[in-house]
Write a protein that binds this ligand. Structure first.
Ligand code: GDP
Ligand code: MG
Length: 442
């Protein structure tokens, strides 16, 4: 995500940051390049103009040009401004306490990701301890109700639906059902259209009156660029919004939507959808996105993600196994599961500073990981525990069982041996460093 704009801006800033002194002309040139990059990222023209005017004014000030590190001051100005344009600070959903019913109304164009997002959100709120109910109020799209029901099942959230009726009635009855049951959070999935039209707006207004939502959130496709901001503006004027969720952020290399929405509508981006899986919904942190766009690496997100998935004790145990050379193919397999929970290997690595932008698709081959998984799954327990016993005839059997070749198995076992060695070294190094630091009193 955001690779396109990030590459451009990182280059421009690197160029300026490296200069010991900068002139007014340098500033002018850099800002001009940033302007082009933003326009290419499909940021709305008015937003770009405002961005450019504000940064130029600030960057040309005496404080910057005469400072000791003008390049870095300049980068800081761009960073701060970008955080501001992305929405300043994290804006969470504003819901009532657990004893009162809260309502989130999701709306947007067809295919923007409303139904998927409804389920993702329900799953997340449930994890946070709320008791969500999904209401299927899209009666236009064929099988939309069924889609929501299936997704609801996957996140373990009940879906309220009615056959052959109208959406306003479904919402009214759904609200009653929620009040009767033990639910405290209602999420309403509505129908969309290919384009904005009057009947849709009327329907949404009626649904809004029937549900009295705490949050009315537009779900918009990030890939539509500044158009997402235009759509948000329209929905806000007609129905009223409290925020925006940008979906397909994983496929958006440009960032135009994220950079335009807040300035054009005044509404904050609350979450971003980062994949098709139901766990792919992330809070939107303007500062982290800004550092990602400017190539500063998003360490915090990485740490949080890792913490959520890796149990500390598990990690210690793993380290012990690595050290004592009892790290087996079984452990290796367990790491896959962990990586899958975190999303793709690539998604994880992308967040490490220094690594950003340096991985190409063939360096981390997720297909290969899948193949390795198949190989391990075709091994017996004994073999998984001790890879050294895997001789030629066993290799042949495993190759057959996993749909690979003996050559593949040879290659993989060699790699596994190497990985073990590397891990051992890494653990040793870490211990060594920790030791040195404590001796230095750090
Ligand atoms: P709706 O018509 O607004 O309800 O949209 P859907 O929820 O049915 O989603 C349309 C398509 O977009 C589906 O194929 C989803 O899997 C996909 N989708 C939704 N959110 C995301 C996302 O954050 N990332 C990606 N890559 N795909 C998404
Ligand atoms: Mg839908």
């Amino acid at each position: 995500m955001l690779e396109g704009i990030s590459r451009r801006l990182t280059d421009i800033l690197r160029n300026v940051a490296g200069k010991g002194s900068i002139s007014e002309k340098n500033v002018q040139d850099a800002v001009e390049e940033i302007k082009v990059a933003l326009l290419e990222a499909d940021v709305n023209l008015r937003v770009v103009r405002r961005f450019v005017n504000q940064t130029i004014e600030e960057a040309k000030g005496e404080k910057v040009l005469r400072s000791v590190d003008p390049g870095q001051q300049f980068v800081k100005i761009i960073y701060d401004r970008m955080v501001e344009f992305l929405g300043d600070s994290r804006q969470d959903l504003q819901l009532k306490g657990p004893d009162t019913l809260s309502v989130v109304l999701l709306l947007g164009l067809q295919g923007s990701g409303k139904t998927t997002t409804a389920a993702k959100l329900a799953g997340q709120l449930k994890k946070e301890g709320r008791r969500p109910l999904l209401i299927a109020a899209d009666l236009v799209r064929p099988a939309a109700v069924e889609q929501l029901r299936l997704l609801g099942e996957q996140v373990g959230v009940e879906v309220y639906s009615e056959e052959r009726t109208d959406p306003i009635r479904v919402v009214r009855e759904g609200m009653k059902h929620a009040a009767r049951g033990l639910f405290n959070t209602v999420i309403v999935d509505t129908s969309g259209r290919m384009h904005l039209d009057a009947p849709l707006m009327e329907e949404l207004k009626s649904i809004r009156s029937a549900s009295n939502p705490d949050e009315t959130v537009l779900v918009a496709d990030a890939m539509s660029g500044q158009q997402a901001a235009e759509i948000a503006k329209e929905f806000d004027e007609q129905v009223g919004l409290t925020g925006v969720i940008l979906t397909k952020f994983d496929s958006d290399a440009r960032g135009g939507a994220a950079l335009s929405v807040k300035t054009m509508t005044g509404k904050p981006i609350k979450f971003v959808g980062t994949g098709e899986k139901l766990s792919d919904l992330e809070p939107f942190y303007p500062d982290r996105i800004a550092s990602r766009i400017l190539g500063m690496g998003d360490v915090v997100t990485l740490v949080e993600k890792a913490q959520a998935t890796i149990d500390a004790r598990e990690a210690e145990e793993l380290q012990r196994r690595v050290e004592s050379e009892t790290f087996t193919l079984e452990d290796y397999l367990a790491q896959f599961a962990r990586l899958k929970k975190m999303g793709s290997v690539r998604a994880v690595l992308e967040m490490i500073p220094g690594v950003q932008g340096k991985i190409d698709e063939d360096q981390i081959d997720e297909k290969e990981l899948k193949r390795e998984e198949a190989m391990i799954q075709s091994m017996t327990r004994e073999e998984r525990k001790n890879y050294r016993i895997i001789g030629p005839s066993r290799r042949k059997r495993i190759a057959k069982g996993s749909g690979t070749s003996v050559h593949d198995i040879n290659h993989f076992l060699k790699k596994f041996e190497k990985v073990r060695l590397m891990m051992k070294k890494a653990v040793k190094n870490k211990k060594y460093q920790a030791n040195m630091l404590s001796q230095l009193g750090a």
